[in-house]
Design a protein around this ligand. Structure first.
Ligand code: HEM
Length: 375
């Protein structure tokens, strides 16, 4: 059962992310104007399918403020050097080619093999307690990605730990100690990928081999950019897939009919995960910044404004994995890994007494489980 109070409404879209029951609030946001200025938050809100789509599709709505490619607190740091290159954090030239390389390489992944490998890895790590479950929802997806990229199993735990430390640099809630840990982790991740690429060890058929081949084919030469975006693949996997997995476990606890149905028809697991990614998504919002005056849904937003795009209010495919030129290229991979983990763990989890609250975040909904009364 959720440990937080579900009676009072969230105060705003940021607190909705970790609220026990935010979806009536999101529905009401979606019933309002698609684009509005929120004086209290001092930013614009894009809500409902129409508002979310219009902003994500608009060429003047960029992922970073025009004069601030890297946040002040990361400027001149190892994390800042990675941040500056990420497809997720760039528009225009620095986005288009790297995005195409990644999308083409991720599109070549053998999904049946990935699911089989992830099922095998998850089967070796069935969580026996809430604490083990909290670790496993983060680690298993990262192990599966590290395997896909071509790292040896002995390297996976360190890569997973560094990735979890690195993503702290992406959250405004992180403190100085977490940021210091993120910089150490950023260096270690860059070195690990650099070594893997340099040693000529790139495993034929691995995702890394596909990325190298596509980068050559599309003349993406900036090797620093390739390295940074390889780190980006692990960091994009980390919180989002942990959230999908955790929210699916919450669905199994709160909807007791689900597991018997899935046992009777295991081919329904992928559909169940897709449903969770729409109805209780891992990523609830993202931000855009107007580079020039932009007209969206008949509303003029002046240049230099921040728009909070409330994905979770869209109630459609974009509520789970985004939309438009920055839409997630990892959707199929995330769903395959999460499906495998749940198939391996659902039976054991059934007998674990679990309660949960949500990890502090302004955009990702990730349950943290504690030993507690069965929901
Ligand atoms: C359940 C798991 C996942 C969820 C919910 C998710 C969600 C998202 C969302 C909403 C965006 C768009 C952000 C925006 O428009 O501002 C995005 C972008 C991205 N995701 Fe995912 N993601 C997941 C897993 C993954 C995985 C496993 C990978 C890598 C294999 C990945 C790689 C990326 C990349 C590279 C981008 C940036 C794309 C761009 O900017 O063009 N994601 N993701």
């Amino acid at each position: 059962m959720p440990l937080t109070d579900s009676v009072t409404d969230p105060a705003d879209p940021f607190s909705a992310v970790t609220h026990a029951a935010p979806y009536d609030y999101y529905r009401r946001l979606a019933d309002g104007p698609p684009l509005r200025f929120d004086a209290q938050l001092d930013c614009w809100l894009a809500t409902g399918a129409a508002g979310v789509r219009a902003v994500l599709a608009h060429p003047a709505c960029r992922v970073r403020p025009a004069d601030l490619g890297v946040p002040h607190n990361l400027a001149g740091t190892p994390c800042g050097a990675i941040f500056a290159e990420l497809v997720r954090m760039n528009d225009g030239e620095r986005h288009a080619v790297p995005k195409q390389v990644l999308a083409r390489a991720l599109g070549q992944v053998d999904m049946a093999r990935l699911q089989w490998r992830a099922l095998h890895l998850a089967g070796d790590r069935v969580p026996g307690s809430a604490a083990q479950l909290n670790d496993a929802v983060f680690e298993l997806p990262l192990f599966a990605m590290a395997d896909l990229l071509g790292f040896a199993p002995a390297q996976w735990p360190a890569l997973a730990a560094w990735t979890r430390a690195f993503v702290a640099c992406l959250s405004p809630l992180s403190n100085a100690e977490q940021l210091a840990g993120a910089h150490v982790a950023a260096e270690a991740l860059l070195q690990s990928f650099g070594r893997l690429l340099r040693e000529g060890d790139v495993r034929p058929g691995s995702m890394l081999a596909a990325i190298v081949a596509e980068a050559d084919a599309l003349a993406w030469q900036a090797s620093g950019g390739v390295l940074a975006n390889l780190v980006g693949l692990l960091s994009q996997t980390c919180d989002a897939t942990a959230g999908l997995l955790g929210n699916a476990i919450v669905a199994l606890r709160t909807q007791p009919d689900l597991l018997p149905q899935l046992r009777a028809a295991p081919e329904l697991w992928p559909a169940m995960l897709r449903e969770v990614s729409l109805r209780d998504p891992a990523i609830h919002n993202t931000r855009r910044y107007t580079a020039e005056d932009a007209e969206c849904n008949g509303v003029r937003v002046p240049a230099g404004q921040m728009i909070l795009v409330v994905l979770a209010s869209a109630g459609q495919a974009e509520s789970g994995f985004g939309h438009g030129r920055h839409a997630c290229p990892g959707q199929a991979i995330a769903l395959a890994i999460a499906t495998a983990c749940l198939q391996a763990w659902a039976g054991a989890l059934e007998s674990l007494p679990l309660a949960w609250r949500y990890l502090p975040s302004l955009n990702a909904r990730i349950p943290m489980f504690v030993q507690g009364a069965n929901a």
